[in-house]
Every structure is written in C-alpha cells, then in structure tokens.
Design a protein around this ligand. Structure first.
Ligand code: AHR
Length: 502
C-alpha cells in the first residue's frame, strides 16, 4: 500500500496550545492513593509522593491537570480536603462506591503539581452543590489574604494564592449517572449564574461549561445548543468527552475511532458557531476536550463495579485497563485528531494519569511502569510545537462496519518557525499490510531527519504488564529516507509513527 502527503508551513490550522497535553487526576480507585501518593513506598518523598511516578509524569510531558473529578466532584465538599489531615472527615464517595479519606486534598495536590511542573485545572461541584460553594472555593484559592477563607488558606500553610486559572463548571451534567444530573436548561442556568458570580471574584479565570459526555448521548447537539445559549457570554470553553474501545472483535472499526472524534469536534464547533450567529456575538467559544482515551467501559460495568451497603473500600482497583499496541495506535490517532483541530481545541485532558485508565501503572510497594499509550503521548507532547498544519493526504481506504470507508493512513504535522522543527505524526490502520508513505517537503526547503520512531508489534495485543513491563516500546524506524524533496518511510501494519525534521 502507498500514501502521499504534502507539508507546507503556509497551511497553518492554529497554534499548538500546550494545554492540549493536559491530563486528569480524579479521586477514583488507585489514581491518588497507591498511585501518586503512597507514603510507605521506598521512593516516596517527605510528603508521601512517589518519586518514581513523579519522574514518569515529567517524562510524559503533561501540561494542565484536571482535578479532583470527574464523577467524584459531584459529591465533593471541597472544605473536607483542607486543614489538618488528622481532622479531615472520611466520606462516602457515591460515584465510585468507595471511601474518601481526604488524606490528599487541595494543598497536597497543588504541592505535587509543583513537583511535576503542571498547572491545576479545578472542577467545582454543580451536581449536589451550587454557586456559593464555588465562590467559597475560588476565594479560598485565588484571593491573596484578608478574608476569612483566604486567611484560612494561609493558616493551612499556603501563603500565596493558588491562582487557579482554569475552572470546570461541574462534570458530565448530561449523564443520568451523574449525582445531581440536570436537564440542559437547568444546567445552562446554574452554569451561567455561577460563571458570572465567579468572575465577580476573579475576572481573569477561564471557565469550561459541560458539553456532552459523548457524541452518542441522546441529548448530544441539543445539549450544547441549549447550554451555550444560556452561558455563551459567561464562559470560554465547552467540554467534550470521548472514550473508545474495541467492541465485538471489530478491530477495523476500532482503529478508525479518530473519525468519530473528528466528527464530534466538528459538530460541537458548528453548534457553538451557530449559537454565536444567533446571539450576534463577536466572541468565539473553543473546546476543552477534557476527557479522552481508550476505555473498556463494559469491563467496568460488568466486572469492577462495587456495590453493598457495608462495602465502601478505600482506593480499590477500579478501571485498571491494560493497554495493547492496537489501543496505543488508536490513542496516538486521537492525538492526531486533537492536533488537526488546534484552532478550536485549545485544551485537552487525557483521562486519566495513574492506574485508572492510565498511561502509568503502579504496584503498592512495587514498581511504576509505562503502558503502551505512554509512548505516543510523550513523543507527541515533546515534538508537537509551533502550529499544526493541514496536510494534503492521499491514502487508500478500507471498509469499516461502523464508519464506512476510512483512509488507511491518517496524519497531521506541526511546524515551529522559530526552531525550524517540523514533526509529522502518522498511523497505519491496515491490519496486514505495511504502507510506503512519501512526504513532499518541497515547501520546507532542505530537511534532515532528526528522529523517526514507531510503535508496532507482530502481536497487536501485546501489552506492558507487571511481569513484563517493557514488552512494548518505541523503536527507531530505519526505513526513513530523504531524497531531494521527498521524505519516505514505511509504516508497519497497525502502527503509530512520529518523524521529526529540521
Ligand atoms: O474518567 C472516568 C470517568 O469518566 C469520569 O469520572 C467521568 O467524568 C467520566 O464518565
């Protein structure tokens, strides 16, 4: 098979915002406890945070981290999580049928973010709480001193304000599973009121309204229209959430999941721009794709789910998906889709970061290791700089049960005028054939290949597990050649590749 693409720095889509490489830490399963925080672990620092995990998070290259949920936030009382640890209440976490000890809260998590070098993106509870609690948390977080709440923060050990810029107005309020689930009309009204009030405290914050929990929700589209009609002038972003999994052994459709993500983004952009037109607004609403990943949800629903009036475990093993090579190829393709929409998707969070549907796994008192999905994230985060480019792509197609005819090869490029770095990210979705790709780089002038790395394996279901932590990794793609204005490279079946040129 063959494919051809043309790269031209004149065809910029939009700047690559560092916030595209965000992630998500929820109080869920072993993400926080026995994930980032395990005081008795041999690598843990004085604050109880695992340094092996900190090193991996840094290597992953994560910008903004969304916290503390997720579904968890809809039952969360933020004030439980501050003040002397010994006095913090133990609470039922209804979202995940667990016990929340509140041992790690806002101060501890913010301290951990300083260690990994990431920015905090905070979610407020609009499920079982409302405007006043959001205002209190904002005052506690962002006002320097001189009020009861800001002085309480100082007394709790944080002299400077946290200065949180990004705030999510609730989580997945369209989902019937959400504590305090609302109609679009109800949610739009409370989100608008809360946003206006929060801006009276701090006009500099950036606000995200809940969009749909997936493009396949029955209310999708209409939810965005109604919510944006209420909130348009009050917010900056509308969220998108999407999870993909291989269903019924249909690998071909699964490998084309980015087609769905492309369509999802295009539909939300169209809806936001429709509301803009109706309202006669001059403002443009962008997307915060603040939950995306591969997630085997069926396994959670049927195997993991906890029930029982007397059964509320602390940090149970939940949503601990083990990712294959095929999962990582889809995952890398989702990153390609996000980059392709860099003009309108200006924030995104990989859900999640450690143990829970995560690129990093840990064992208590044991090792931390990289899942297959770690590699496309880390490399894209490192190489995608400057602006995203529209690439002119010619590829054969294959037929899928879910998405119809789909291109075998998908790709996006980025270009940084200052450093001269150009990067190309590609997938081959074909299950049996390699593809020879020719990249026309005429518009770039002379180029040399700095690196070309591929993720693939003869066994597309190979994984990195506790007993074999380095089974899958990136390897140099030695097929890459430069001849005049053409860079050629061979992509193995079911593979993800990054090429950087200078
Ligand atoms: O990321 C796991 C869960 O997925 C989040 O808590 C929720 O927002 C979504 O349904």
């Amino acid at each position: 098979l063959t494919a051809r693409l043309t790269i031209d720095p004149h065809f910029a889509v939009g700047a690559v915002n560092r916030r595209l490489f965000g992630s998500f830490v929820e109080h869920l399963g072993r993400c926080v406890y026995d994930g980032i925080y395990e005081p008795s672990h041999p690598t843990s620092d004085a604050e109880g945070f695992r340094q092996d995990v900190i090193e991996l998070v840094k290597e992953l290259g994560v910008s903004t981290i969304r916290y503390p949920g997720g579904n968890f936030v809809s039952g969360f009382r933020w004030e439980d999580s501050v003040g002397p640890v010994a006095e913090r209440p133990r609470r039922l976490d209804l979202a995940w049928h667990s016990t929340e000890t509140n041992e790690v809260g806002l101060h501890e998590f913010s301290g951990w973010l300083d260690k990994v070098g990431s920015e905090l993106m905070m979610a407020v509870n609009l499920g079982t709480r409302g405007t006043m609690d959001a205002l209190d948390l904002l005052e506690y977080s962002n006002i320097a001193a001189g009020t009861t709440l800001s002085d309480r923060r100082v007394a709790n050990g944080k002299t400077d304000a946290f200065g949180v810029r990004m705030w999510c107005l609730g989580n997945e309020m369209d989902g019937p599973w959400q504590l305090g689930h609302r109609s679009a009309d109800d949610y739009g009204k409370i989100a608008s009121r809360t946003a206006k009030a929060m801006r009276q405290v701090d006009p500099g914050i950036e606000l995200v309204a809940c969009g749909s929990s997936s493009a396949h929700m029955p209310t999708f589209g209409e939810w965005e229209r109604v919510v944006l009609t209420h909130t348009y002038e009050d917010i900056d972003f509308i969220s998108c959430h999407a999870y993909y999994e291989e269903k019924n052994g249909d690998l071909g459709s699964f490998l084309a999941s980015a087609v769905d993500m492309d369509h999802f983004i295009d539909s939300v952009v169209a809806t936001a721009d429709h509301v803009k037109a109706v309202l006669g607004s001059t403002k443009t609403i962008n997307i915060s794709f603040d939950e995306w990943n591969v997630w085997y949800i069926d396994r959670f629903e049927n195997v993991d789910k906890i029930t029982g009036l007397d059964n509320w475990p602390v940090a149970p093993r939940l949503l601990e998906d083990s990712y294959s090579v095929a999962d990582a190829v889809v995952f890398g393709n989702l990153l390609i889709s996000l980059l392709r929409h860099a003009d309108r998707v200006t924030s995104a969070s990989l859900a999640q970061l450690v143990n829970v549907i995560a690129p990093i796994m840990t064992e208590p008192n044991g090792p931390a290791w990289r899942q297959t999905t770690f590699f496309p994230f880390a490399l894209t985060s490192r190489l995608a700089q400057g602006v995203a480019l529209e690439v002119k792509l010619e590829s054969e197609t294959y037929s899928t049960a879910v998405y119809g005819d789909v291109a075998v090869v998908d790709a996006v490029a980025t270009h940084d005028e200052e450093t001269g770095l150009t990067s190309v990210f590609l997938v081959n979705r074909d299950q049996t054939h390699a593809v020879s790709v020719e990249i026309d780089t005429t518009a770039l002038g002379d180029v040399v290949v700095r690196e070309a790395q591929t993720l693939s394996d003869a066994d597309v279901y190979a994984r990195n597990v506790l007993d074999d932590q380095e089974r899958v990794g990136l390897r140099a793609n030695d097929s890459v050649r430069v001849s005049r204005d053409i860079v050629s490279i061979t992509l193995p079946p079911v593979s993800w590749t990054a090429v950087s040129l200078a």
